[in-house]
Design a protein around this ligand. Structure first.
Ligand SMILES: [Zn+2]
Length: 418
């Protein structure tokens, strides 16, 4: 990670942001790459959670851990209703960056500090959240905490989730000292929320192109994950004639190329980034290659077309090479249009201090997208000059982070203090 440099901006805001950032920085950090391994219900995750709880308590906020393991820090009465909620997540992808998730949580606490500095009068309760297991790095399903709360993942399905070592989600929660017995929909909690605003580092370069430190989200592209199982025949790499092989690696490779072509032609995205091989021996033709496809597009029709094209190419190539192919859709999230009224209100609240803020779509999934089916939801993005994300190179300048905090504080003040 590139170190965050001291910045201009209101000194108290810079200081509170900087101190929290420095506190979180070492947790789950790989010393060689500078990337993070903050997987759900691991030691690093628990350390992040302890950090969150300490931040809540040091500000005199009411701390709650909900039935699904999401953390909440409340100013005002948690049961009063019509609450303004902000926050994000603290977990990471394998060797992820420092900003995806933590920027939103740290900015939420810093924005509250800024509002207290302004001595505003709160008319509504305000809560800061850390949603558990947003990235899905351990159990293969993203946004588990918010999906459970919103009823988009049933407790039964959550009980079936397993990590690479075969540990189930409930056992992992138990091992971390949390009671998994009540996981499931949490409509009463969601009913307390009047508006949810998630600040997040941009995962693209749109703001760098427009020259703006902060943007507002319009929509999250529909996206999903598909597993391709290519079954062939294990055999000796040194004695099996090419014509006699049923090599699933070949069909897998052709499918990777097809995915790239279909995505390019459609203006969409398709990525094979995770693969497992059996028996995974250097001199053995594989018996099974299992590849995971992640694909996203601006609209459902385009995404359907891309997936159909990739499936067709994979099936044709498999048939030609004697490969048995099975395709399983493991997860899918339809397009999320953020509520227009709240989006417009954010733009209005920010116009005076920040001018006209760009409104942009994103291909990345977020807890805000999950919650948008249940509560009015909006997102703010902070400029990422390289656009790189899910990598140790992920970065936002501290000036922009502080601009994000101020924008978030302005939004929260407008929503919670009128
Ligand atoms: Zn994120």
């Amino acid at each position: 990670m590139t170190p965050v440099a001291p910045a201009d901006g209101p000194p108290h805001t810079s200081t509170s942001f900087h101190e929290m950032w420095a506190d979180l920085k070492p947790i789950g950090r790989d010393p060689d790459s500078g990337g993070y391994r903050r997987y759900a219900w691991t030691r690093a995750d628990q350390d992040c959670r302890a950090w969150f709880k300490a931040q809540a308590e040091s500000r005199g906020l009411t701390y709650e851990l909900d039935r699904n393991g999401n953390q909440w820090a409340w100013q005002g009465d948690p049961l009063a209703g019509d609450a303004v909620v902000t926050g994000s997540h603290l977990d990471s992808v394998p060797l992820g960056g420092a900003f995806d998730g933590p920027l939103g949580v740290v900015s939420s606490f810093a924005a509250l500090d800024e509002l207290r500095h302004r001595e505003v009068e709160f008319a509504k309760p305000l809560a800061i959240t850390n949603f558990g297991d947003e990235e899905g790095a351990r159990f293969g399903l993203a946004c588990v905490g918010s999906r459970l709360a919103a009823g988009q993942l049933t407790a039964a399905k959550a009980h079936e989730l397993r990590d690479a070592d075969g540990v189930s989600l409930p056992r992992a929660m138990e091992a971390a000292g949390y009671d998994p017995s009540a996981i499931g929909p949490d409509p009463e909690r969601l009913a307390r929320i009047g508006a949810f605003v998630e600040l997040h580092v941009e995962q693209g370069r749109a703001l760098d192109v427009t020259g703006d430190p902060v943007g507002i989200a319009s929509a999250i592209w529909p996206h999903g994950r598909w597993r391709f199982d290519f079954h062939g025949e294990a055999n000796h790499a040194g004695t099996t004639r090419l014509d006699d092989r049923r090599d699933p690696m070949l069909t897998y490779a052709e499918t990777v190329v097809a995915a790239r072509r279909e995505a390019r032609l459609a203006g969409a995205l398709a990525t094979f980034a995770k693969v497992s091989v059996e028996p995974n021996g250097v001199n053995a033709i594989p018996s099974l290659v299992r590849g995971w496809l992640d694909s996203r597009a601006a609209d459902q029709d385009t995404l359907d077309r891309v997936i159909a094209g990739i499936e067709q190419a994979a099936r044709e190539n498999a048939a030609r090479s004697g490969i048995d192919l099975r395709i399983t859709r493991e997860s899918f999230t339809p397009v999320v249009e953020f509520e227009h009224a709240l989006r417009d209100e954010l733009a209005k609240l920010l116009r005076e201090e920040h001018g006209d803020i760009p409104v942009l779509g994103t291909g990345a999934g977020h807890d805000a997208g999950i919650l948008s089916a249940s509560v009015p939801t909006a997102m703010l993005f902070v400029r990422n000059p390289t656009g790189i994300s899910h990598s140790p190179a992920e970065y936002a300048a501290e000036d922009d982070c502080v601009a994000g905090v101020i924008a978030l504080a302005d939004v929260l003040e407008g929503l919670a203090c009128t």
